[in-house]
Design a protein around this ligand. Structure first.
Ligand code: T1G
Length: 649
């Protein structure tokens, strides 16, 4: 059965693509479209409606085909042929028209969008640029600066905005096919709009252009594709359509072979494979509409807000009324922030807060389907909370801990039915960070695991399954390269040198800046907790303890690895640097100088060896779990794929 079929509706030919899950423009789809074009050029219907079955219009070229040479028919050639068709082609768009899907729509003479549709050019997120006319046709249809915005940011836009920009000729709330047939009949009786490729490109003054592009590419950091996309749109303004199309294709093919695109394609698929385990195949999750959160601090409030924003009902419990009110204020602050930023309407804001209650007794959790504990990181405190939860909650309720380090097996063993306990490790801020580390204790029931995965999906989180060990995947790797960074200080580097090397590598910030932001007291407490377990043979750097003993805990005290003035920018801290030199001398370490590459070789090497140990121990099932964790928890540069991908690349 072809993935492309054609049916006549009166004098209109309706060409339907049916290639689940997202109608990617695979070779079969391209062949089917070419056949439909050749057939309609012969049969000469009044017009052609191009529509897709399933959940979406074409969501792009088939990314799985990118690691092999492309097969005929080539998408650019097919789209040129559709643009040159003798009958009008109306693209009827629902779901998402992305990348090659947007380009296909641009090759049609008219575009109709369902009011819920989205359209965009996300190729930059794969280290690419549009490769079938997107950067050439779009600036000939809409304002070139808007075209550049879509191509450089990769962010899709909604139907209303697409209509306002002129990308959609019309938007409908009604049945898409019916509306498209009406538009096709109108188009058949009207003069054809001039094909985009043969239109003059509007001029844009260099200064206006450079200012706009500098702003659009300011967040690219080390990723090349946003700059390449901008250059391709510029080419389209400076050349005729055919020439620009050739330039765009050259640039696209070069990027397709680049290491950045290989890494970004790897992460694209890795993020869609993590969180899948045969253990939950065919298992029905337990309900999660009614969530309990114990603890209203930064993490508890963030978790509560994430659940509310996902449309769940949330009950928060704190040790007393004051703490409960403080927790409620934090949650209201987060939800209020979403309102201020226009992410939610006033009505939605009010509805969400109606789904939120706070209390200082566990009794309010009697009907909760799942409870997440987010209290102080102390084992005894956690066990007390779990004992109280077991007494207050219904037996089938799932009990989850947000611990970021502690032994989840020990917490599970502290209740009568350990099979209902699972780790749900959120990252701060919990209502923003996409990663959710699902920590799998030995005793957890399959349907409890399925419930945790289901909750992650409903919260819009990226779930990674991690075994129980100190720090699971994320913090275990972070702790290892934080240790390595401390060793580098004793061996000859200084905090700003390590941080600069990490930033230049593409990390959002260096390890010492990050610790100052999080608060040095957290690491100090963890080191004290681990002191007894630490093998005597393990190298230990005392510098951070010395800093904390002086009451310097980073940004919150204005002093840490760095000094923080009024404007909050980190300044080198001469006291700390003197302390570092003194510690090297005290340990008779001859300090060496480290260039950025040498520093990153040690930091990355450390991430990779800890990652390898995590795989060997089965704490993570695949390198994808580790790379997705590092990219989404600590901002490891996506365009490098992750520490394990880099090791293997
Ligand atoms: N190619 C191949 N498979 C794809 C795909 C694609 N373009 N898009 C999605 N899938 C698979 C995905 O791996 C998953 O598979 C399933 O579909 C559902 O996806 C020439 C060069 C469309 C917004 O970058 O952003 O066109 O895990 O889980 O959350 O200029 O998928 O079930 O086996 O993500 O509802 C440009 C990529 C390509 C869009 C739907 N297009 N896709 O999100 O489902 S480059 C993109 C997405 C290009 C041309 C260039 C999202 C989505 P599995 P999902 P979702």
């Amino acid at each position: 059965m072809s993935v492309v079929t054609t049916q006549m509706h009166g004098d209109i030919a309706v060409v339907t693509i049916d290639n689940p899950p997202v109608n990617a423009a695979s070779q079969a789809v391209r062949q089917g479209l070419l056949a439909a074009l050749q057939a309609t050029e012969k049969s000469q219907p009044a017009a052609v409606v191009l529509i897709c079955s399933g959940r979406s219009f074409v969501a792009g070229a088939d990314i799985r085909e990118f690691d092999k040479p492309f097969l005929e028919p080539m998408l650019p050639d097919l789209l040129n042929a559709i643009e040159a068709a003798t009958r009008p082609w109306i693209a009827a768009i629902h779901g998402t028209a992305l990348g090659g899907g947007c380009e296909l729509a641009l090759a049609c003479s008219h575009r109709l969008g369902l009011s819920t549709a989205k359209i965009g050019l996300p190729e930059v997120n794969l280290g690419l640029i549009p490769g079938a006319g997107g950067t050439v046709r779009l600036p000939r249809l809409i304002d070139p600066l808007e075209a550049a915005r879509l191509a450089v940011t990769g962010k899709p836009i909604g139907a209303a905005e697409a209509h306002k920009l002129g990308l959609f000729d019309a938007v409908t709330e009604d049945d898409l096919l019916t509306a498209a047939l009406t538009m096709a009949r109108d188009a058949a009786s009207q003069p054809r709009p001039k094909p985009l490729l043969s239109r003059e490109a509007p001029a844009v003054a260099a200064e206006t252009w450079n200012t706009a592009i500098a702003k659009l590419t300011s967040k690219a950091r080390g990723q090349h594709s946003p700059h390449e996309a901008a250059a391709s749109v510029r080419d389209a303004l400076d050349h005729d359509g055919i020439t620009a199309l050739g330039l765009e294709r050259e640039r696209f093919m070069r990027l397709k072979g680049s290491s950045q695109s290989a890494a970004l394609r790897y992460i694209f698929f890795a993020e869609r494979t993590v969180g899948k385990t045969p253990r939950t195949k065919g298992i029905t999750p337990r309900p999660t509409a009614n969530i309990g959160v114990v603890g209203g601090g930064t993490m508890g409030a963030g978790i509560a807000a994430a659940a509310l924003l996902a449309g769940l009902t949330v009950h928060m419990v704190e040790r007393d009324l004051d703490a409960a009110n403080a927790g409620a204020a934090r949650v209201e602050g987060i939800i209020g922030g979403s309102l201020k930023r226009g992410l939610i309407s006033q009505t939605r804001h009010d509805t969400l807060l109606q789904n939120f209650t706070t209390a200082s007794t566990y009794a309010s959790l009697a009907t909760a389907d799942l409870v997440i504990e987010a209290v102080f990181e102390d084992m005894d405190v956690k066990k007390q909370v779990f004992a109280a939860l077991e007494a207050a909650c219904k037996p089938e309720a799932v009990l989850a801990t947000n611990t970021s380090y502690l032994d989840v097996n020990e917490i599970a063993a502290s209740v009568k039915d350990p099979s209902r306990v699972v780790g749900l490790h959120f990252f701060s801020p919990a209502h923003i960070m996409k990663l959710l580390e699902i920590v799998v204790p030995e005793t957890v029931a399959d349907d409890v695991l399925a419930t945790a995965l289901q909750l992650a999906k409903s919260l819009g989180k990226l779930p990674v399954l991690a075994g129980v060990c100190d720090g699971f995947i994320a913090n275990r790797i972070m702790s290892s390269y934080r240790r390595e960074a401390d060793y580098l200080l004793e061996d000859g580097a200084l905090p700003h040198e390590v941080d600069t090397a990490m930033r230049d590598f593409g990390m959002p910030m260096g390890i010492f800046e990050m610790q100052d932001l999080a608060g040095l007291d957290i690491g100090w407490a963890a080191r004290k907790r681990r002191a007894t377990a630490r093998p005597a043979s393990e190298r230990y750097v005392d510098i951070p303890d010395r800093i904390c003993e002086q009451g310097n805990f980073g940004r919150k005290t204005g002093r840490g690895w760095y000094l923080y003035g009024e404007d909050g920018t980190p300044q080198r801290n001469p006291e700390v640097e003197a302390l570092i030199l003194a510690e090297s001398a005290r340990k008779n370490i001859t300090r060496q100088s480290f260039g950025a590459e040498a520093i990153m070789a040690r930091i990355l090497g450390c991430m990779q060896s800890e990652g390898a140990a995590i795989l060997t121990e089965g704490i993570a099932a695949s390198r994808e779990d580790i790379d997705v964790t590092m990219v989404n928890a600590f901002g490891f540069p996506r365009w490098k794929g992750g520490p394990m991908f880099l090791r293997d690349a």
